[in-house]
Design a protein around this ligand. Structure first.
Ligand code: CMP
Length: 133
């Protein structure tokens, strides 16, 4: 089923020059980039974006990291895109992510884990409002 998702190339990946690498993987898989822009999260936008995690012990660290530098935000479209991009990015803990996944191939971090992708239609709808409206 054709659907949309949102991904973020996080500050660690942008500063390491991995924008092309990440976008290219999604494009080569067959997904279409519908919207794409450089973006800098304010603290307020980051807190909204990650509001589901507001009670977690790592929340402040997460907000501080995502606001620490420029990111790329994009809307991506294609068959089963939400579940498939989650497989493609790999486990949250980059150091445990499978080789062949984006986190598995490019990172070792947890908070600084290269890339984010929406985990459900509800998350996508909320996230796209925060960064594109
Ligand atoms: P992301 O897919 O963007 O969704 C929530 C983010 O919180 C996650 O990637 C990580 O960057 C971060 N995160 C998740 N668990 C932890 C943790 N235990 N400590 C620090 N950051 C975390």
């Amino acid at each position: 089923m054709t659907e949309q998702s949102l991904f973020i190339i996080k500050p660690d990946a942008v500063s390491r020059g991995l924008i092309g690498e990440v976008v290219s993987r999604f494009e080569k898989k067959g997904f279409k980039i519908i919207k794409l822009k450089m973006y800098t999260f304010t603290k307020e936008k980051a807190e909204k974006f990650y509001s589901d995690h507001s009670s977690k012990p790592f929340f402040n660290e997460l907000v501080s990291f995502i606001t620490s530098g420029r990111v790329v935000v994009a809307v991506i479209e294609g068959n089963n895109v939400i579940a498939t991009t989650r497989i493609m990015i790999g486990s949250t803990k980059s150091f445990e992510a499978a080789p062949g996944s984006i986190r598995g191939d490019f990172g070792l971090g947890l908070t600084d884990n290269i890339v984010h992708a929406s985990d459900s239609t509800e998350s996508f709808e909320k996230e796209v409002k925060v960064v594109f409206e």
